[in-house]
Design a protein around this ligand. Structure first.
Ligand SMILES: Nc1nc2c(ncn2[C@@H]2O[C@H](COP(=O)(O)OP(=O)(O)OP(=O)(O)O)[C@@H](O)[C@H]2O)c(=O)[nH]1
Ligand SMILES: [Mg+2]
Length: 382
């Protein structure tokens, strides 16, 4: 009798759990995808593309915020080019306009904006400045990201600086604005609402990640392929600088996350981004400039450039997915009960500034995630 009573109670409890999971599945807060990765790899660009392809796009407020960020990109890279050049590289006018920019930099009022526009357009007419801009080599990664964005906007400066300019989607995905706080974007897949949570990748913002982990069901870990030849510089306690390769840093971070107690058991999707810049870089630098691939062959006589690029992409993918394979190996050895804690990984290559390509890649990725989530629920008895 006792066992019969408890079985009915078990059934009741199970039913309540099923209802809860079903409710959670339909509830917007329950299905959270978390975007992680180091600085500048393209997390926010991916969030923007998700809003374009699978969400509501951008509100007027979003466009206005992005417009400010675009102006900031242009101002910042213009100032950096002038400041980094030797004294008296430019005519006096350029320095006078530079002072005007510094004074009206926040473009708080329409008058400030008018002065800012006048000064910027004057500088961008100066031949010495244009020459310096075109041959500029940014010294920090932050400046490099802003400089790259400005290269896109420099051909339409007067349009961008107009009072009534509202950026188009293609401008919004090209603009650089570093993320300083956790932010959510809603998207729809298979008629269900999901949240995509974006975080700041710079070291000083990673203390917010723990909080962002709460409720995340899938992690999209973003890697910039083009990081293979980039260094990051940190100041050591003794005041000297230490440098490390950005791709290796990204992999170390990925390993820490996969092996962390908080995030160790969710599915991972590895998104290898910036395929366009990667291809461009491989034309002038071999993959072996990255210490971890120091033994990798350059382009072989028998292979085309596309084949060479694909081989290099494969090396990088294996380097990252091994982290998950190693973790799964360990878990399988230690496993005593259910295997639900074993993480799994899918990987994709994309260029997040290319809306069409990104959408196609993401459709594949979302389908795989969807199937995985369904399998997990079925395994759990739902
Ligand atoms: N060429 C190219 N640029 C890209 C690609 N993906 C992103 N970008 C650009 O790279 C810059 C940095 O991208 P973000 O999305 O801001 O990077 P993030 O990972 O959010 O950076 P943090 O917020 O600092 O962590 C932006 O100007 C993007 O337009 C890509 O695939 N190709
Ligand atoms: Mg960001």
């Amino acid at each position: 009798m006792g066992s019969g009573g408890s079985s009915a109670k078990d059934k009741e409890t199970k039913q309540a759990e099923i209802t809860k999971v079903k409710d959670d599945k339909h509830h917007s807060g329950g299905n959270t995808f978390l975007l992680l990765g180091t600085m500048g790899v393209g997390k926010s660009t991916i969030a923007k593309q998700m809003a374009i392809s699978f969400g509501d796009g951008f509100s007027e407020g979003d466009r206005s915020q992005n417009r400010q960020a675009i102006v900031k990109n242009i101002v910042s890279s213009t100032m950096t080019v002038i400041k980094d050049a030797a004294d008296d590289t430019f005519p006096d006018d350029v320095y006078t306009h530079m002072d005007a920019i510094a004074e009206n930099n926040d473009a708080a009022s329409p008058d400030d904006m008018a002065l800012l526009r006048e000064a910027l357009l004057a500088i961008w007419k100066d031949e010495a400045f244009i020459k310096a801009f075109d041959s500029f080599q940014p010294k920090t990664y932050s400046h490099e990201l802003e400089y790259n964005a400005s290269c896109w906007f420099k051909t339409k400066l007067s349009e961008v600086l107009e009072d009534n300019y509202s950026p188009k989607n293609e401008d919004i995905v090209k603009c650089r604005s570093m993320t300083t706080a956790v932010s959510d974007t809603t998207f729809i897949y298979n008629e269900k609402e999901f949240l995509l949570r974006d975080v700041g990748g710079q070291v000083q913002y990673r203390n917010q990640w723990k909080e962002a982990f709460a409720g995340a069901q899938v992690v999209l870990y973003i890697v910039s392929l083009d990081d293979f030849h980039k260094q990051s510089t940190k100041e050591k306690e003794d005041g000297t600088d230490s440098t490390s390769n950005r791709l290796i840093e990204s992999r170390t971070l990925f390993k820490d996350i996969v092996n962390s107690d908080t995030m160790g058991s969710v599915p991972y999707v590895l998104i290898f981004n910036k395929t366009d810049l990667f291809q461009e870089s491989l034309k002038t630098k071999p993959l072996s400039v990255c210490p971890i691939f120091s033994k990798a062959d350059g382009q072989r006589e028998s292979e085309s450039f596309e084949e060479y690029t694909s081989r290099c992409q494969r090396y990088i993918r294996t380097y990252f997915s091994k982290v998950v394979d190693e973790k799964c190996g360990k878990e399988q050895k230690n496993i005593h009960g259910s295997q639900d804690n074993i993480v799994s990984v899918n990987s994709y290559f994309t260029c997040a500034t290319d809306t069409e390509l990104f959408k196609a890649v993401m459709e594949k990725s979302l389908l795989a995630i969807w199937k995985l989530m369904e399998t997990r629920l079925t395994k759990a008895g739902f």
